[in-house]
Design a protein around this ligand. Structure first.
Ligand code: DLL
Length: 432
């Protein structure tokens, strides 16, 4: 089943034609309406008329998260504020979020791209979609919500949490589609198996899971525990929100909605474009967004693109599921965490050394973060009371900076292995 068959199954040549036409008009809009891009184009001596082929995209500048921070909050918007009808933000917890905006048209496009993704996943207007992505600045909740409505399905706007009620409504409403992060779906499955659920009343058939990396092993667990087909959905606020790409029932990678986004894979060191089939950093250009278009946005997500036709009949390029990033950002219980945030806290405390390790694991369905911290010589020989007090203060300060709670393990000076190359700050056991 297709939502917009003509776009989803057109020849590669036709897709490229549409992309070129839209790229030309995007560059024109950026040049005329966004001072940030006009300056960048001028520095490189580029005029909108210089874009003649799709390959010319290689001459255009990248956009980074830092660029978006520097123009906070609305500096990248390409339309006047009176045309903006919605604002969302990235899921970072410290400092200012990255702000993205949408016009009425943008919301319509987003709704239909999400409807397209859900159709790809086998969802139809007959379904009851329980939406347990968080509603709020995060794009997951409202993104899925409007997609399901556009499709004509019945959406249950649960948002995240409140697991007992989630399970109750799932049974009472005959929910057939569950949309949430894979970790939350696993947690709900655990609770459901722990008792109280009448499995005859569970009508789930599909899970649309994303917003964080997950593995095929986890897919298998989710499929077995819920007796469903579990599919991967990808997106990021800076480019759209959920709906940039989604798996079809063939489970051979995620189809990118290429009539709205140009996807490239680049070598993260040199910035050079890599051919299909090679692994590198994903870069997206949003072709049709009006309020907040981005040119060659560096996602930091690592993937591979495949151009061969999928058995589902779609000709849209597929991306391999994202399991890693070029930076050291971790997503723990849905929150973006950078080791540098931990470092900055340790530097505030005189009693610790800036040697630390973030150990992330999955206990049952929950992500678990333990932070190993080396204490200074002076402190280590101190009384136990002093150490306990330090642990408490660290825990509370880290909670306020990271936005999630972590276990603290104070270790002896010089006990965390030193590295001769890049420091190894992270042990992530979740994707094993
Ligand atoms: O996570 C949008 C979203 C909502 C996608 C609901 C899917 C479902 P951000 O909060 O801006 O937006 O986070 C974007 O999350 O760069 C990836 O690192 C990661 N991510 C998103 N989807 C996936 C996925 C939303 N399916 C960042 N697999 C991205 C792996 C994912 N990582």
């Amino acid at each position: 089943m297709y939502w917009e068959k003509e776009y989803e199954t057109m020849s590669r040549g036709q897709i490229k034609e549409i992309q070129l036409k839209r790229l030309k008009s995007l560059v024109e809009r950026l040049y005329n309406n966004v001072p940030f891009y006009r300056k960048k184009f001028k520095e490189r001596g580029i005029l909108p008329g210089d874009i003649k082929t799709l390959e010319d995209i290689r001459h255009l500048p990248f956009t980074t998260k830092q660029d978006l921070r520097d123009t906070y909050p609305f500096g990248m918007f390409a339309v006047p504020m009176e045309e903006v009808v919605r604002l969302h933000g990235s899921s970072g917890t410290t400092g200012k979020p990255v702000v993205v905006g949408y016009t009425k048209n943008d919301l319509k496009t987003w709704g239909s791209l999400m409807a397209r993704c859900m159709t790809m996943a086998g969802v139809s207007s007959k379904d009851v979609v329980q939406n347990a992505y968080g509603y709020g600045l995060f794009t997951g909740g409202l993104g899925v919500h409007y997609g399901a409505e556009t499709l004509g399905a019945a959406v249950v706007p649960m948002s995240g949490g409140n697991t007992a009620k989630q399970l109750m409504l799932m049974q009472d409403f005959g929910t057939s589609v569950l949309a949430c992060t894979p970790t939350y779906a696993l947690y709900m499955a655990e609770e459901a198996h722990a008792g109280g659920v009448d499995w005859n009343k569970i009508k789930l058939k599909v899970g649309i899971f994303g917003a964080e990396p997950w593995s095929d092993a986890m897919r298998q667990q989710l499929e077995e525990r819920w007796n469903i087909t579990a599919l991967d959905i990808y997106g990021l606020s800076e480019v759209l929100g959920p709906g940039v790409a989604c798996e079809c029932l063939c489970k051979k990678g995620l189809h990118i909605n290429e009539d709205h986004f140009i996807a490239e894979v680049i070598d993260p060191e040199t910035g050079e474009q890599l051919p299909y089939g090679e692994k590198g950093e994903l870069v997206f250009t949003s072709l049709t967004k009006e309020a907040f278009p981005v040119l060659r946005y560096r996602t930091r997500d690592i993937s591979v693109l495949y151009e061969d036709k999928c058995q589902c009949g779609r000709t849209l390029v597929r991306m391999e599921r994202v399991t890693g990033r070029t930076d050291d950002m971790l997503i723990i219980r849905g929150v973006n965490v950078f080791p540098s945030q931990v470092e900055s806290v340790l530097l505030e405390f005189g009693e610790t050394e800036p040697h630390y390790l973030l150990v992330v694991d999955r206990k049952g369905a929950m992500d678990d973060l333990e932070i190993w911290v080396e204490v200074s010589d002076r402190m280590f020989s101190d009384k136990v009371r002093g150490l306990e007090d330090l642990e408490k203060r660290l825990k509370s300060r880290l909670f306020s900076v990271l936005g999630i709670s972590a276990k603290i393990k104070l270790v002896e000076p010089k006990s965390i292995p030193r590295s001769e190359g890049k420091a190894k700050r992270i042990v992530d056991k979740r994707l094993k």
